[in-house]
Design a protein around this ligand. Sequence first.
Ligand code: DX5
Ligand code: ZN
Length: 226
Amino acid sequence: MSFDRTVKIAPSILASDFANFGAECAAVEAQGADWIHVDVMDGHFVPNITFGAATCAAIRPHIKGVMDVHLMIAPVDPYIDDFAKAGADVLTAHVEAGPHIHRTLQAIRGAGMKAGVALNPGTPAEAVSELLDMVDLVCVMTVNPGFGGQKFIDMTSKIRALRAMIGDRPVHIEIDGGVDPTTTPLVVDAGADVLVAGSAVFRGGSVANPAPYGDNIRAIRVAAQQ
Ligand code: DX5
Ligand code: ZN
């Protein structure tokens, strides 16, 4: 995984057919997705349950590019090796998920993955100021995590603050929640380069009819250039 700041679109399979993840991943990649975003939820850190490392391992052979795993679980540390074995390229943990995020990020890199740290809407940019040399990605949540299809919460001042704090470090700024062609210009202008989008990518299409996925991805890409 090489680093650059070109805009990358990461469809979240939370909005895809749960009975058909492998084919859904292949379909969005064929339609222009850059990364695949995989949302792991535990019903404890967030009020919803999705799936765990075994499902990520099953999905992995169907993804050619980057598998970007977003952990919405607490605790994180006991499961890091499972996600490494599952083939996660990027593993993101929430700064709010426990008292020892520094140790968690060390363990993620130690297990051979890129390390991400996510910030809930109520958490300030400064919460990651001591972590920027040990992460590859900062994920700014623009919804309260737990569900797809929620309304975008404007976090542009936080994104700008993070962009300034990150400086020349090779650290991505990822935006997650309510990303669509309307909200994309705001977050890209503020400094984001990885755009997670669930409903805005998967709406209108299916594995049998994947062309709308491509239309949706292109619409976000065009909006990112505005
Ligand atoms: C929310 C998840 C998101 C979600 C985004 O907790 O982390 O990745 O799937 O979905 P949309 O794009 O529909 O807001
Ligand atoms: Zn996510």
